[in-house]
Design a protein around this ligand. Structure first.
Ligand SMILES: *[C@@H]1O[C@H](CO)[C@@H](O)[C@H](O)[C@H]1NC(C)=O
Ligand SMILES: *[C@@H]1O[C@H](CO)[C@@H](O)[C@H](O)[C@H]1NC(C)=O
Ligand SMILES: *[C@@H]1O[C@H](CO)[C@@H](O)[C@H](O)[C@H]1NC(C)=O
Ligand SMILES: *[C@@H]1O[C@H](CO)[C@@H](O)[C@H](O)[C@H]1NC(C)=O
Length: 343
């Protein structure tokens, strides 16, 4: 979870970055040492108001909030670290399938899954914040204006289902469980006071360098994996529409991360990329297949690569994503990010 002060800065930067460029043109990521003031001046943004006091981030390593790092470093040597956070915990799945003798790979038990993150928000973050407000009403007002950003389900689908659950559940059954759990936790956040929700769908994991290198595929991506993800992604719009119509005062915005990845892979050059299928960093074998090894300099051309490691996008790719979400209601719907922040 992000502290309010930092959150405002993050939002402002996300916002500022977008306005520099149009869509689909060559992207130059701004240098990170440019100050916020300089950005404001450069972009003449004085007249754009954003009504967001804080950004709260829930989810996995695509939006890494740092929680899992401490856990992992206690558990295993650092070069083995893979951040992993899931929508459904292993324990929960065990509970819904009590007659199975489920075999878990050891990774999954040591992450803070979505419902535990909501627990932490309720038990720690909200408790700590409460005291800074004059009244319960002003605290409620602050929460209602804050942005709740959620990125879940990639690991559930790409790891847990693919490697552990596909014998136990059909795709439809498993995806239904994921959607039910997501719905439950979003309702909980609404009960706690959240009103503005930004929810990502799952990117085409079959196009990650890791999967391209380790799974059979005939084209440029492992399409069988992307099809699984699409089953989940296809259910999300309906869920969010339904939640918005039933939870008073709520606004749910869906970010179509999947589509933007596809757009970029279909036409890398028009987004400024030269490489969309290999990792920038090197693994412990000096290859680009596994997690990054420590203390090895990454590639120098990371501004033109889609991936930083075999799983996660580069900063340049995040920049492309944000740039489109801010203004483009075809990938950030029903309203774009600027509209949500001003709502
Ligand atoms: C910011 O970083 C760029 C690129 O590394 C460098 O050329 C520039 O001198 C830096 N500016 C300041 C103010 O440090
Ligand atoms: C948060 O509080 C609830 C209810 O008191 C409790 O069940 C849960 O275990 C707590 N979670 C954490 C992470 O402390
Ligand atoms: C990949 O394809 C090869 C050749 O068709 C086959 O032998 C192998 O078992 C396949 N591997 C996986 C993981 O499906
Ligand atoms: C990545 O894409 C390039 C260009 O399309 C292709 O030549 C190369 O074989 C691909 N690499 C992998 C690992 O799929």
């Amino acid at each position: 979870m992000v502290k309010p002060g930092l959150s405002i800065l993050v939002c402002a930067l996300i916002f500022l970055f977008n306005l520099t460029f149009g869509y689909g043109d060559v992207v130059e990521v701004p240098t990170l040492n440019v100050t916020q003031q300089d950005h404001l001046k450069l972009l003449s943004l004085g007249d754009v108001g954003i009504n967001i006091p804080a950004l709260y981030v829930f989810g996995d390593s695509f939006v890494d909030n740092g929680n899992n790092k401490a856990i992992w470093e206690m558990m295993i040597p650092s070069e083995e670290v893979i951040f992993r956070s899931e929508l459904i915990s292993m324990e929960k799945l065990q509970a819904v399938s009590p007659m199975e003798e489920l075999q878990w790979i050891s990774l999954g038990k040591h992450v803070i899954n979505f419902f535990q993150q909501v627990d932490l928000f309720e038990n720690s973050t909200m408790e700590a914040l409460k005291g800074s407000f004059d009244s319960p009403e002003s605290f409620a007002d602050y929460l209602s204006k804050s942005l709740f950003y959620i990125n879940v389900a990639s690991n559930d689908l790409g790891i847990t289902y693919e490697f552990e659950m596909h014998d136990k559940y059909s795709v439809d059954e498993y995806v239904k469980l994921l959607v039910q759990e997501l719905s439950k936790q979003l309702k909980r956040l609404h009960t706690l006071g959240a009103r503005k929700f930004l929810v990502n769908n799952v990117p085409p994991l079959g196009c990650q360098p890791f999967n391209i290198n380790t799974r059979n595929n005939s084209g440029s991506c492992v399409e069988q994996m992307n099809e699984l993800i699409s089953v989940y992604n296809d259910l999300l719009p309906g869920l969010l529409t339904q939640l918005q119509s039933t939870l008073p005062g709520s606004k749910f915005v869906l970010r179509d991360v999947y589509k933007i990845f596809r757009d970029v892979i279909a036409s890398p050059e028009s987004y400024g990329f030269k490489d969309v299928n290999t990792s920038c960093c090197f693994d412990k074998n000096g290859k680009r297949f596994e997690v990054c090894a420590p203390n090895i300099a990454p590639c120098e051309d990371r501004k033109t690569r889609m991936f930083f490691d075999p799983f996660h996008p580069s900063e340049a790719m995040y920049f492309v994503l944000v740039r489109r979400f801010l203004k483009d209601s075809s990938v950030c719907s029903p309203i774009n990010l600027i509209q949500l922040m001003q709502a």
